[in-house]
Ligand binder design. Structure first.
Ligand SMILES: [Zn+2]
Length: 159
C-alpha cells in the first residue's frame, strides 16, 4: 500500500456533500499501530460496523473503503474482514466473499476454542433442517447439534 494512504486523526468537522469519500474515510478513522487496522471513529451499528451518511444513504464504512480503495463490490458479495474487526476500514484487511462465506467466517471466528456463541445456539434451535446439515454449516458434530436440540447443553439459551 502506498505511503500516502494513511488515515489522519479524525477532526470531526462536518463535510460538505462534495467531500470525496476517501477523504471522509481518512478523517473518520484512526490507525491502530498494533494491528494496522483503520478504526472507524464515527457512527457504529449494533454489530460494530462503521456507518456514514452520503447523499441521503446510510453506507457501511468498510464497504465504502473497499469500493474507494480496491474496486467495485460485485452484486450479492459481502466485504469481509481478515482482522475480525468490524469497524476496521483498512482496505488491506478487507476481502470479498458470499453471504454464505460471511456466515461461515463468522461461525468459525465465533467458535474459537470449539464453542458456539449463544446467538448461534438460538439460530440452531430454530433451524428445522436435518441435524447433520446444520452441523456441517457450523463446522461442529451432529452429536453437538442433537445435544443442543434436546436441551442437554446450552440450556440457558432459548430460541
Ligand atoms: Zn483491520
Amino acid at each position: 500500500m502506498p505511503k500516502q494512504l494513511q488515515p489522519q486523526n479524525p477532526s470531526y468537522r462536518l463535510f460538505p456533500p462534495s467531500t470525496p469519500l476517501k477523504e471522509r474515510i481518512f478523517n473518520r478513522t484512526i490507525p491502530d499501530s498494533k494491528t494496522g487496522c483503520w478504526l472507524w471513529t464515527a457512527c457504529l451499528d449494533s454489530k460494530g460496523y462503521g456507518h456514514l451518511g452520503h447523499n441521503g444513504h446510510d453506507l457501511a464504512a468498510h464497504r465504502v473503503a473497499y469500493e474507494e480503495f480496491v474496486g467495485p463490490i460485485p452484486q450479492n458479495l459481502c466485504v469481509l474482514h481478515k482482522c475480525d474487526t468490524p469497524r476496521c476500514c483498512n482496505p488491506a484487511h478487507l476481502f470479498l466473499g458470499t453471504q454464505d462465506d460471511n456466515m461461515k467466517d463468522a461461525a468459525r471466528k465465533c467458535r474459537k476454542g470449539n464453542k458456539l456463541c449463544a446467538s448461534q445456539v438460538v439460530e440452531i434451535l430454530s433451524d428445522t433442517r436435518v441435524h447433520q446439515v446444520i452441523a456441517n454449516d457450523y463446522g461442529v458434530s451432529g452429536v453437538l447439534i442433537s445435544a443442543i436440540k434436546r436441551r442437554v447443553i446450552w440450556k440457558g439459551v432459548h430460541g
